[in-house]
Design a protein around this ligand. Structure first.
Ligand code: LLP
Length: 426
């Protein structure tokens, strides 16, 4: 498979943009996350150009990768942001994001988080339950504000993805059941401190084709029509995120194709029945913008061939990249330098004390101890899901711009990890 995301071999050495990845590993140490600014821009611009001429907003899902430098680059491209916590709100603001382009998703927003978001005047709260609706109304009233609200509907559509990241079926915790949606909208419009502007859904993540998105869109459009008959006129339709990427050469629908198809459907609806009614369309992409823009670099510490399996023990682990352990996820692995060594079928595993601590299984690779590898498509849900399990400091992060490497997060030290702890003299 040919690598993407600005990553390619030049001779025997793997480069990201104009930077030699092995040189970066030597300079900044491993494990190391490295992101390509050009690859990030390319994917955001694919969304933006498909939206050109439409009333649409691309709200990057911050959870996929929340490094300030990434957020800042996207803010400068004109992105909005989809947040799921007060922490993500503060990150977006610190990175120069515009509060008027922030939408707040999530099934369990706390009162404090909603108050913070109200104080910054965000664009919309994506509300997921009647209880949340009532609390938001009370909090908005208490601070003399009107909260802009969209109701997240669960359209009961099968996204055909990993069960841990499928969210659009009735039996998940997400959204308001489509059958109860009309009643929820009626109640929402009665609450004095809310302004009901929209409807949203997010049916799952890593969807390879756009059929389920289009199915969900049909259900949302039906609801918008039913609401209009009751005099509840919505002006904002948010289709969530979820577009997948090719981790293992899978066929995926292109960003432009999906966005154009969705916008064309909305235009048709508008023209046929509604004489050009104003309806802004929002997307909340995370993975499809940032996954391919990032790699995780790791060094082979020990080779441990065995009678059952051959282990290459590397210095990155499940705490750095959880996706293989959690979802059985497949990430391409490439050596940073093509070397003359025997090709062996290796399992790449980390130093963490769990058998689930693996990064790649059964890969034919020419590896020697001390060699460096890149784990591809690690820009989304990589560093964002990293932990300090086994008191392992989290990796440094680098943003590449052509031949320039910028350290955008320094490596943690072990002392950073226990500096907030105390020992009571009991
Ligand atoms: N909007 C909402 C409300 C979401 O819950 C999510 C992701 C997104 C947007 C962005 O979805 P994306 O475009 O990135 O698929 N950790 C998992 C993925 C979890 C996705 C959670 N929600 C993974 O590594 O595969």
């Amino acid at each position: 498979m040919s690598p993407s995301g600005g990553i390619a071999y030049r001779g025997t050495r793997l480069f990201i943009e104009d930077c030699d990845l092995a040189a970066l590993a030597d300079e900044f140490g491993t494990p190391l996350y490295v992101y390509s600014r050009a690859a990030l821009q390319e994917r955001f611009r694919a969304y933006a150009s498909a939206c050109a001429g439409h009333d649409a907003l691309i709200c990057y899902a911050v959870k996929a990768n929340s490094n300030l430098a990434i957020l800042n680059q996207l803010a400068r491209e004109g992105a909005g942001f989809d947040i799921v916590s007060g922490g993500e709100l503060l990150r977006v603001l610190a990175a120069g994001g515009d509060p008027k382009r922030i939408i707040f998703s999530g099934v369990g927003k706390s009162a404090a988080e909603m108050e913070l978001a109200l104080s910054h005047g965000i664009a919309c709260f994506n509300v997921e339950s009647l209880s949340e609706l009532r609390l938001l109304d009370r909090l908005a009233g208490a601070c003399g504000k009107t909260a802009p609200v969209s109701l997240r509907v669960n359209p009961d559509v099968d996204a055909k993805t990993h069960p841990y990241v499928a969210t659009g079926l009735r039996d998940t915790k997400f959204g308001i059941d489509i059958d109860g949606a009309l009643a929820a909208f009626r109640e929402a419009t009665m609450l004095p401190n809310l302004r009901v502007i929209g409807i949203d859904c997010h049916i799952g993540s890593q969807l390879l084709d756009d059929g389920p998105f289009m199915q969900a869109l049909e259900r949302l459009i039906e609801l918008i029509d039913e609401l209009a008959h009751e005099g509840i006129v919505l002006t904002h339709l948010d289709l969530g995120g979820g577009l997948g990427v090719a981790y293992q050469g899978e066929a995926t629908v292109a960003i432009e194709e999906y966005v154009r198809r969705a916008l064309a459907r909305v235009d048709r609806w508008r023209e046929q029945f509604h004489g050009g009614a104003a309806l802004r369309v929002l997307f909340e992409p995370g993975r499809s913008i940032v996954a391919a823009a990032g790699v995780l670099l790791s060094r082979v510490q020990y080779l441990k061939p065995g009678s059952a399996r051959n282990y290459a023990i590397v210095d990155a682990a499940m705490n750095d990249l959880l996706r293989p352990a959690l979802y059985d996820a497949w990430h391409e692995v490439l050596p940073l330098e093509k070397v003359d060594a025997p090709v062996v079928n290796w399992d790449l595993v980390g130093p963490v004390c769990e058998s689930g601590d693996w990064l790649a299984r059964a890969r034919d690779l020419a590896l020697r101890e001390g060699d460096l590898v890149a784990i591809l498509n690690a820009g989304a849900y990589g560093m964002a899901m990293a932990s300090n399990y086994n008191t392992r400091p989290r990796a440094a992060e680098i943003l590449i711009d052509g031949a320039h490497a910028h350290l955008v997060r320094k490596r943690e030290t072990p002392e950073d990890l226990f500096c907030g702890e105390t020992m009571p003299a009991l």
